[in-house]
Design a protein around this ligand. Sequence first.
Ligand SMILES: [Cu+2]
Length: 392
Amino acid sequence: MGFNPRGSARRRNELVSREGGRVPNPPRSKFIKSLAISAVLLVLTVACSQGDRSTWNAAGPVADKQLLLFNVLVWIMAITFILVEGVLIYAAIRFRARPGQERPSQVHGNLPLEIAWTVIPTILIMGLGIWSVVALWQLDKPPASADYVLEVTATGHQWWFEFEYADAGGGKTITTANELRVPVDTPVQVWLESDDVIHSLWIPRLAGKVDMIPTHTNRLWFQADSNKIETLPATFLGQCAEFCGLSHALMKFEVTVMEQDDYDAWVEAYGQPSALSPQAQQGQNVFNANCSSCHTATGADAAALVDGRVAGFLAGGNIAPAPNLTDLATRQKFAAGLLDLNEDNLRSWLEKPDDIKPGNYMSARAPFYQDGEITLSDDDISAVIEYLISLK
Ligand SMILES: [Cu+2]
């Protein structure tokens, strides 16, 4: 038999404590602890809803639709929960067993009640279900009535985002990283892919979260509405929303919403060679010798380079898929939205990328890193930084 009187006697003795005093009641301190943890979690969740990453601050039709669906679901669920639990708690207290009480009258069945609590939930669940499915279809692709849709392919990499525009405007192909630029009031269709593991694209104020799955293309669309944005250009924060490894939490990006004219100017300027200072020219040589096996800095990636990188990645060689740096100096941030773009931060990134992004595939694979520290000379580092900040 499972019952062990000696064991439980020993346990009871321990509760009276070695000093002979009474031990505090454990369930109660547990209750206080969980109350404290809940309070902290509540504060944290509230903090999450602040600022540029708040889903409650929708800035376009897709985010609006998601928010409405969310609000209606949550309110219906909250009201149902409070009603049902309220009646349950009331009944449990009001009709609890009392000493000396007689056996209460036994009731069997109540047809009107039973019909009501079958029909009401059925209507609620069917209604919400149909609405959710219709919303899902609508969130997939832009309305057919749109006369222009910008198409972008977003690829998730450990741990950064690549954005390719097959036609960014005027037939120009653009590849960039970690900053998605779009014109305001324009529907954007995003094709979602992954190069390694599953990631998820999420721009809380605009759209998301949809998984980026290797060998399978998903899609979402969004639009930023000028009447919901105070000033342009406006920045919307994005984040990978599917755990994808060591630096997942550091895998961010930005969506920059621009006036059409500013966007067109960016497309126009992309990849145009700019005049380099002598130091930047030296930097270009350093770049070509050390960095261009993984990075491109002159226009969209050549297909051969992409294939070579993927092959090298699979073979575990000295190369890895890496952000296209052609327009690096026009970005506000780099290293997947982590650092402001300036010379000091570029230096920190180059010198010890692991301090910024643990497990990154730059210091893991580039031959000029030893134990995560750069072996290039100070002179070369300064020169390559000068080159990087001339990439516009
Ligand atoms: Cu991730």
